[in-house]
Write a protein that binds this ligand. Structure first.
Ligand SMILES: Cc1cc2nc3c(=O)[nH]c(=O)nc-3n(C[C@H](O)[C@H](O)[C@H](O)COP(=O)(O)O)c2cc1C
Length: 218
């Protein structure tokens, strides 16, 4: 019997996963402090690929070169070129599956004690001690996402997935979601951006996706 879930899936890019089983991104806190890949992380993902998943996604990998977007201790990083050798090891270990990096910026949820600097987000936020991003910082983080996607491709991965869409209404762990969360954004704050700029530059996730596509293709 030919169950659909066991049949291949072809993506718009032409890449194919051999079945419809996909490993959800799972953060294991087992990379080095600076985001460098460890043997434990490579083996964890390799075992899932060998187990037969048609698509294996890494855990959320931080993207801002300074480390400001790190969300958890021991989080994987694709934020700097020094991460390439480790990321290449993971991509090679995932050769028999469709390999995807989840790219991530934790915004106000970056713990100060982990990142060693003030976290940033859509507006000043007392609870976390984070501050509003400037428009230039927003534009830079968009570029950081794109650079992380290109770095992932260079390492040998076949796809990237920005960590935000599934949390639009439910969670605010990721910086793009935070800009979409009414209780966190106070656009009349003079330190932050105007509503229209937020909408045109940040909130509309198609901007992110089309920016990335113009660099990466489908
Ligand atoms: C230990 C653990 C780590 C997780 N890490 C991530 C992550 O890095 N990125 C992400 O988007 N979701 C993460 N999740 C959420 C899972 O990918 C998944 O969405 C969630 O467990 C719900 O899936 P389920 O309905 O199949 O249980 C994590 C979940 C767990 C339990």
């Amino acid at each position: 019997m030919n169950h659909k879930i066991t049949t291949p899936l072809t993506f718009k890019s032409g890449h194919q996963s051999k079945n419809r089983f996909a490993l959800a991104p799972l953060t294991n806190h087992q990379c080095e402090d600076d985001g460098t890949v460890t043997d434990a992380e490579v083996i964890f993902l390799q075992m899932r690929a060998e187990g037969g998943f048609g698509l294996v996604m890494t855990c959320a990998a931080q993207i801002e070169p300074s480390g400001r977007g790190q969300g958890f201790p021991g989080q994987l990083g694709v934020h700097r070129d020094e991460m390439l050798p480790g990321m290449t090891r993971i991509a090679e270990a995932l050769k028999n599956t469709f390999s995807v990096v989840q790219i991530h910026h934790a915004g106000i949820r970056s713990p100060k004690e982990v990142i060693g600097q003030q976290p940033v987000g859509p507006s000043d936020h007392e609870e976390t001690g984070s501050r509003a991003m400037t428009l230039d910082e927003v534009k830079q983080v968009i570029q950081d996402y794109i650079a992380a996607a290109l770095r992932s491709e260079k390492a040998g991965f076949e796809g990237v997935s920005p960590a935000f869409i599934k949390y639009l209404s439910a969670w605010d762990r990721f910086v793009k979601d935070q800009h979409l969360t009414a209780r966190l954004k106070q656009y009349d704050d003079t330190k932050t951006l105007t509503l229209s700029i937020h909408h045109s530059r940040w909130l509309d996730h198609t901007v992110w996706i089309s920016s990335a596509r113009s660099e990466l293709g489908d």
